[in-house]
Design a protein around this ligand. Structure first.
Ligand code: URA
Length: 438
C-alpha cells in the first residue's frame, strides 16, 4: 500500500492490515517515508485510534525495524528479563532491580533512557558514577549480561530506529498522547532486546506520565495485552507516584540511595516495596520461582547475602566505573557544595505533594534538562523528602536542597514550599501498589 493510501485509510477510520503497517514502518526506518507523511500518519492515529490488532502489528513492526537482540547463542543458564517504568520522581527501581534479578539467576539486558521533562532518567543517574560507559560495544554488553547477569546501557542507533524517527515527529506535531503510539513506542524498543518476559511499572498520581488513574490503567492493560500478543509475556503493575518513590530525587543522590538499599543500610520504604513487587513478578514470569512466597524468599536471600550488591558492583566495574563504589560512594559520587533544609511555613501534617513540581525543581537546579542534549549537574537534587502523612516542623524539614549555590537553593526551596500542602488533620498515606494486570 502506498504511504498516502495508508494515511488516507487511517484518516477515514478504516482498519489497516498488518502487512501494510509492517511495510510503512520499515519505510520509516529506511527513510523512504518523509516527515510530512509521518506527521499525517501520527495525527490520523491520534484522532482515530487503532484496534488491538493494529497496535500489535505496529509494535511488532517497530521492534523489527532494526536489530532484534538474540541471546540463544550464549547458552545463558537463566531467562532474559526486563522491566520498564513510565517514569517518575525518585524512581530508581532499575538500579536496584537489575542486579537483584541477576543475583536470583535472571539476565537483564536493560536499555534505558535519559530524563524526560520532570522525570529522572536511569542513564543520567548512572552517569554520575565516574567512568561508567552507557554506550559499550555489543561484545562488552553481551559479556556483562552473561557474566554479571545485568548491564544497564543507553539506546543504540540500531534498536527500533523507526521509533526514533516517529517519536521525534510526534514530539513536534502534538501527537505524543496517543495510546497505540505510546504502546508501540515503549514496547517496540523493549521487545527488541530479545526478552523472555517483561514487567511494566505504570505510574499513577501527580508525578505520573499519564494524567489520570483511568488513563494509567488503560495504558497498563493495553501494554500487557499487546506485549503478550506480540510474543513476550508481560505483567503490568500500577504503582503510586503521588509522591517521590524514594526520599530523594537527583542523579548522584539516587545512586547513593540504590547503594544504601543494596548494601542493607536501608531496609524498608516505598522504593524497596515497589522494587520487590516488580522483582517477584519477574521471577514468576521467568520461571525462577514457583510462587510469590518462593520468589520473596529467593529475593530476601539475594539481598541479605550481599549477592545483589555484588552484581551491581560487577556491572559498574564492567562498564568502566570504580571497583570500590560500594565501599567508597562518598569519595566517587559528586556532592553539591550548598545544602539547605527547607522547612514548611508552619508545623503540620504533609497532606499533598505536587510531585511533578518537585521533579521540575530538580530540573531547574540543573539535575535534568530543559532542552534535549543539555549537560546536567549530577550532584544537585533533593534529599530527605518528607513522606505524605508525616509531620513537618522546625526539626523535620520538607526536604534538603542540594544546589550549586545559595541563589539556586533559594529558588528550589520556593518550589518545594509551593509543592507541599500542610494541614492539621492526619491522612492515610496513598496506596502504593494499586493493581496487577496479567
Ligand atoms: N515513552 C516512550 O518511549 N514512547 C512514548 O511514546 C512515550 C513515552
Amino acid at each position: 500500500m502506498l504511504p498516502q493510501e495508508l494515511i488516507r485509510a487511517k484518516r477515514d477510520g478504516r482498519e489497516l492490515p498488518p502487512e501494510a503497517i509492517a511495510e510503512f514502518v520499515s519505510g520509516i526506518a529506511e527513510e523512504h517515508i518523509g516527515d510530512g507523511q509521518l506527521g499525517a500518519f501520527a495525527m490520523a492515529v491520534y484522532l482515530n485510534g487503532m484496534s488491538d490488532a493494529e497496535t500489535v502489528a505496529l509494535t511488532i513492526a517497530t521492534r523489527d525495524s532494526g536489530q532484534v537482540l538474540r541471546w540463544d547463542d550464549l547458552d545463558l543458564p537463566g531467562p532474559v528479563l526486563d522491566k520498564h517504568s513510565t517514569g517518575g520522581v525518585g524512581d530508581l527501581v532499575s538500579l536496584v532491580l537489575g542486579p537483584w534479578i541477576a543475583a536470583c539467576g535472571g539476565h537483564v539486558p536493560m536499555v534505558s533512557g535519559r530524563g524526560l521533562g520532570h522525570t529522572g532518567g536511569t542513564l543520567d543517574k548512572l552517569e554520575s558514577i565516574p567512568g561508567y560507559d552507557v554506550a559499550p560495544d555489543q561484545a562488552r554488553f553481551r559479556r556483562l549480561v552473561k557474566e554479571a547477569g545485568v548491564a544497564i546501557i543507553g539506546q543504540t542507533a540500531d534498536l527500533a530506529p523507526a521509533d526514533k524517527r516517529l517519536y521525534a515527529v510526534r514530539d513536534v506535531t502534538a501527537t505524543v498522547e496517543s495510546l497505540p503510539l505510546i504502546v508501540a513506542s515503549i514496547l517496540g524498543k523493549k521487545l527488541a532486546c530479545g526478552l523472555d518476559a517483561l514487567v511494566m511499572d505504570v505510574k499513577v498520581g501527580s508525578g505520573a506520565f499519564m494524567p489520570t488513574y483511568e488513563a494509567s490503567t488503560e495504558l497498563a492493560t493495553t501494554i500487557a495485552e499487546v506485549a503478550s500478543r506480540a510474543g513476550t509475556p508481560t505483567t503490568a503493575l500500577l504503582t503510586d507516584m503521588s509522591q517521590p518513590l524514594a526520599p530523594c530525587a537527583g542523579n548522584a543522590l539516587e545512586v547513593h540511595e540504590a547503594i544504601a538499599l543494596l548494601t542493607g543500610d536501608r531496609r524498608e520504604g516505598r522504593l524497596l516495596e515497589v522494587t520487590r513487587a516488580v522483582a517477584i513478578e519477574m521471577l514468576l514470569q521467568g520461571g525462577l520461582a514457583e510462587s510469590t512466597q518462593a520468589a520473596m524468599t529467593r529475593l530476601d536471600r539475594a539481598l541479605s547475602s550481599g549477592a545483589a550488591a555484588e552484581r551491581f558492583s560487577r556491572m559498574v566495574a564492567g562498564l568502566g566505573g570504580p571497583t570500590d563504589l560500594l565501599e567508597r560512594a562518598d569519595r566517587h559520587l559528586p556532592r553539591a557544595s550548598c545544602q539547605v533544609a527547607v522547612h514548611a511555613d508552619r508545623p503540620g501534617i504533609l497532606r499533598r505533594l505536587d510531585t511533578r513540581a518537585l521533579g521540575m525543581a530538580v530540573v531547574e537546579l540543573g539535575g535534568g534538562r530543559l532542552q534535549a542534549g543539555q549537560a546536567i549537574d549530577h550532584a544537585v537534587g533533593l534529599s530527605d523528602i518528607a513522606a505524605l502523612g508525616e509531620r513537618v516542623d522546625d526539626q523535620h524539614p520538607l526536604a534538603i536542597v542540594h544546589a550549586r549555590d545559595p541563589a539556586d537553593a533559594r529558588r528550589a526551596a520556593q518550589r518545594v514550599l509551593a509543592a507541599a500542602e500542610i494541614g492539621d488533620v492526619d491522612i492515610t498515606p496513598p496506596t502504593l501498589i494499586h493493581e496487577m494486570i496479567r
